[in-house]
Ligand binder design. Structure first.
Ligand code: FS2
Ligand code: SF4
Length: 545
């Protein structure tokens, strides 16, 4: 296997034996084969959509299949086998409808259009291993690097598109872009410039997808409002919900009402406490634990059932595996999966059978709910604060968390930010500092939690609105972006920021292994993107002069 799509890739170059994430050689081969089969299907779809042959189900299927290959989403070989077969069946059906002549022409364009999957799982895995997907993208290493960036960006884009579609928000242009781009990267006649443009276009299209998701979240559950969230617990049966899906949480809250079970969030679900239509449930109590990479330790100590709604799942250890349930795209072999009927009875039964918390623990609290609506609601105060010299600078310290020691930089950074500066944060990287008491500047909290990585749109809206208020370009604002990346949602958010022309982003803890020195230089020249410095103090000194 060779997989280097995420930040924790082995030796900083690539996982070749087994993924650091726990992905087996077999699952890696199946993910590559699924991607390949989707490329073939997408080539056919380019033709089929002109004849209006592409159904909504097919659009959803492809989007979900691309998302399933994102880091820490699905580790179940059987599901990948099913998706590969489904993808080939859809392709065959479309080719049949297009007629023999068109089918013959399309099959001549790329071998993925006539790919025939082996019947047996072992033989299918072998096909994936022989494929060598990354190498097959391009012979030229710089073009290959850009195609990988695009592919990983598409995985992030597919994730946000799927999240939005679940809430009924869709835009056909986003689906068309996903199909066209999967097909385009099979071509070997594209120049470096064309691929750079396509890379940035991925980012632009993601802005649409994230806007849809924002509409879906706020339209369904209301705009987040500043909310205090307990980090302790109360006595009673308990269910822990992790991942990113608000709708799964809502359905679970409905199904647990009056059952004596309290619902706790974990990881990226923390911001859900700020949504009016979710916080109205009295048994939606508080938050437990920190970021995804601590789950094996934290979940083993949770005395109730645990529901994973999406990434990031790690191998459930034996001491809590029986309490774990997955739903949606997330999956782990031999872990109970709740299907799309979303009947959470098995989760509820497990929670009732487990002891729950036997006594109350009064712990710290944190504040969430500073989405664009809440922040812009106090825009006048913020602008006045800047004009009066009380607010010197804004820092967006956001992105993923991970296990590497270099990530202490982000904790140090927030701790060392001067008192006349405001820190905005989003995604799971915040767990390094989310409980710090940074106080306020004239009533504006110095630490503003904008939400999940899924809420990056909110951060962009805030930056654009501030630029409008100060009548300047976003790059001229007293705002610096200090980002941490881990997986492909972060890749696509970064591409979105670059596509908006945002410069001087600091990225860490390490740079993506799939970027060649030439591609990296290109990004540095065009966007002045830079790796985080050795220490937070160094970067703070440079930024604040
Ligand atoms: Fe964190 Fe993991 Fe949110 Fe990423 S929970 S690193 O995939 O999606 O941010
Ligand atoms: Fe390795 Fe990351 Fe790929 Fe997992 S997703 S196999 S950790 S590069």
């Amino acid at each position: 296997m060779l997989c280097n799509q995420c930040e924790q890739t082995a030796k900083g170059t690539g996982c070749t034996q087994i993924g650091v994430c726990g992905k087996t050689d077999e699952v890696a081969a199946l993910q590559d084969l699924l991607t390949y089969s989707l490329q073939g299907l997408s080539i056919v779809i380019q033709e089929a959509r002109r004849k209006d042959l592409v159904s909504t189900e097919v659009k959803h299927f492809i989007t979900k299949s691309v998302f399933a290959c994102l880091t820490n989403v699905d580790f179940d070989p059987i599901r990948f086998q099913q998706w590969i077969n489904a993808s080939v069946n859809i392709r065959k059906d479309l080719l049949r409808q297009l007629g023999k002549d068109i089918a013959k022409r399309l099959e001549g364009t790329h071998p993925s259009v006539s790919f025939a999957p082996a019947l047996e799982l072992t033989a299918l895995i072998q096909q994936g291993q022989e494929l060598d997907l990354i190498a097959s993208l391009d012979e030229n290493e710089d073009l290959r690097s850009l195609k990988q960036t695009i592919l990983y960006g598409l995985r992030g884009l597919a994730a946000y598109t799927d999240h939005a579609a679940i809430l009924g928000k869709e835009d056909n242009t986003v689906y068309i872009f996903i199909f066209d781009t999967l097909a385009t990267i099979t071509r070997n006649d594209l120049s470096l410039e064309e691929l750079v443009d396509l890379t940035l276009e991925c980012g632009q299209v993601n802005l649409t997808a994230m806007g849809l998701l924002d509409e879906g979240n706020t339209g369904t559950y209301g705009h987040p409002v500043p909310t205090t969230v307990p980090l302790g617990h109360i006595a009673g049966k308990a269910i822990l919900v992790t991942g990113h899906d608000l709708k799964d949480l809502q359905l679970l809250l409905e199904q647990t009402e009056g059952k004596g079970i309290n619902i706790y969030t974990h990881g990226e679900m923390l911001p859900c406490h700020g949504y009016p239509e979710l916080k109205k449930y009295s048994h939606f109590y508080g938050h437990y634990g920190t970021a995804w990479q601590n789950q094996q330790k934290e979940m083993a100590l949770f005395p109730g059932a645990i529901l994973f709604t999406t990434n990031c799942i790690q191998k459930p250890r034996d001491n809590y595996k029986d309490n774990v349930f997955t739903t949606g795209l997330v999956g782990w072999p031999d872990v109970a999966h709740i299907d799309d009927g979303k009947n959470f009875s098995p989760v509820i039964e497990r929670a009732l059978a487990l002891p729950g918390f036997t006594e109350e623990e009064d712990n710290d609290t944190v504040m969430v709910g500073f989405g664009h609506n809440a922040v812009m609601g106090v825009a006048d105060k913020i602008i006045a604060g800047v004009k009066a010299g009380k607010i010197r600078h804004f820092f967006l310290v956001g992105g993923c968390d991970g296990a590497k020691p270099g990530r202490n930089y982000y904790t140090d950074f927030v701790e060392q930010v001067p008192e006349d500066c405001i820190v905005m944060t989003l995604a799971c990287g915040k767990f390094r500092f989310f409980d710090k008491k940074l106080g306020d500047i004239d009533g504006i909290p110095r630490l503003l939690d904008i939400g999940q990585c899924n809420d990056a749109f909110s951060a962009i809206q805030i930056a654009v609105a501030l630029a409008g208020a100060f009548k300047c370009d976003v790059n001229e604002l007293p705002l610096s972006m200090i980002l941490s990346w881990y997986e492909q949602k972060a890749v696509i958010i970064l591409l979105t920021l670059l596509s908006l022309g945002i410069t001087d982003i600091r990225l860490g803890p390490t740079l993506p292994a799939f970027l060649t020195p030439n591609v990296l230089n290109l990004l540095v020249e065009k966007f002045a993107i830079k790796p985080i410095a050795e220490t937070a103090a160094e970067d703070l000194k440079t930024i604040l002069g």
